[in-house]
Design a binder for this molecule. Structure first.
Ligand SMILES: [Fe+2]
Length: 331
């Protein structure tokens, strides 16, 4: 301190003294917290992610083109990763989630493996390819929501005559953050089918259990045991096809009955007793009215951003998606 007071430019010398100090302690792999404190602990949440939209009509041709360059077997998973524009090169769509469009052509197999990351899949295009999860082979249709919980064996195959595309979302960045990501490849390319299509939904989601079923086993896990939340069932939950219900009237009815639903009546995919279907991403399905009303909402969850996936429109009109920062995007 004496050094500073004795000089003509104490401010300059204080800075120089600090810098010299920082350099000395840096050799011991130490750094002053006070230089980073405001950056580390801000006054409000901040995200590096940027809002972005991938229109299927724009990207489908590029996804299809990948089939001419590499087979599903060679790629293991033929996927185009959706990278957040602010996080390019990091294979992530938000800070905590990976997303990609997977293509499987007729006759192809994506071989069986399992890994510590969990996956959710939203089926976009095509009909009749399957995903096998722990021996249950489910055939997929647009709008279906398929679960692959962490460390469950899974493979994909396309026995239909058409290409099939779906959106994969994995908690890869989260698992990588904990340095706990790894995978195992199974000996056989495809799993032996041990359960027929729809078995898990019939058993765990019907509201009825066979006499003598091991209820305690159902309660012990924190993951949903249902492999495929089919769109046919989801749609009836968010917008029953019969009058007088529309998306908006459904929302009003649910709010009126005390259900804590915001406009649009989103329905959460949930396990039987434990909330989210799998531990990390929260997944909701929502019926959007033609002209959604209400203020833009800030989404919680993955890096302050959500991944929206529009799988079907009831009308041909575009549905505006509004972001809190004022930008407007149309699907
Ligand atoms: Fe996988």
């Amino acid at each position: 301190m004496a050094l500073v007071e004795d000089t003509a430019d104490p401010k300059h010398n204080l800075q120089a003294a600090r810098q010299a100090y920082y350099e000395r302690i840096s050799k011991y792999d130490m750094a002053p917290l006070w230089e980073k404190l405001r950056e580390l602990v801000g006054s409000e949440p901040k995200t590096q992610c940027a809002p972005a939209i991938w229109r299927f009509r724009d990207v489908k041709a590029m996804v299809m083109e990948s089939a001419e360059l590499i087979s599903a077997k060679e790629a293991e998973r033929r996927v185009l990763v959706l990278e957040n524009p602010a996080l390019r090169g990091q294979s992530r769509i938000t800070q905590t989630l990976y997303a990609g469009l997977q293509l499987i052509m007729p006759g192809e197999i994506a071989p069986a493996h399992r890994h510590t990351a969990s996956a959710i899949r939203l089926i976009i295009d095509g009909n009749g390819a399957y995903t096998s999860v722990e021996g249950e082979r489910t055939y997929m249709s647009p709008g279906d929501f398929v679960l692959t919980a962490n460390w469950t064996a899974h493979d994909h195959g396309n026995t239909s005559g058409r290409p099939m595309i779906w959106l994969d979302v994995l908690d890869l960045p989260t698992v990588n953050f904990f340095e706990s990501m790894f995978a195992e490849h199974l000996d056989d390319e495809t799993q032996t089918v041990r359960h027929q299509d729809g078995d898990s939904a019939a058993f765990f989601a019907s509201g009825v259990l066979p006499d003598g079923a091991q209820v305690s086993a159902l309660q012990s896990g924190k993951l949903s045991p249902v492999v495929n939340y089919t769109y046919a069932r989801t749609r009836s939950a968010i917008a029953p096809p019969t009058a007088p219900f529309s998306c908006a009237s459904r929302a009003r009815a649910q709010r009126g009955s005390g259900t804590r639903n915001s406009p649009g009546a989103p329905a959460t995919y949930s396990s039987r007793r434990h909330g989210n279907t799998i531990r990390t991403p929260r997944s909701v399905s929502q019926c959007c009215s033609r002209s959604p009303t209400g203020p833009p909402r800030k989404r919680s969850g993955s890096g302050g951003r959500s991944i929206e996936h529009i799988c079907r429109r009831r009308s041909g009109a575009p549905v505006p998606l509004r972001w809190r920062n004022g930008g407007t995007h149309e699907t």
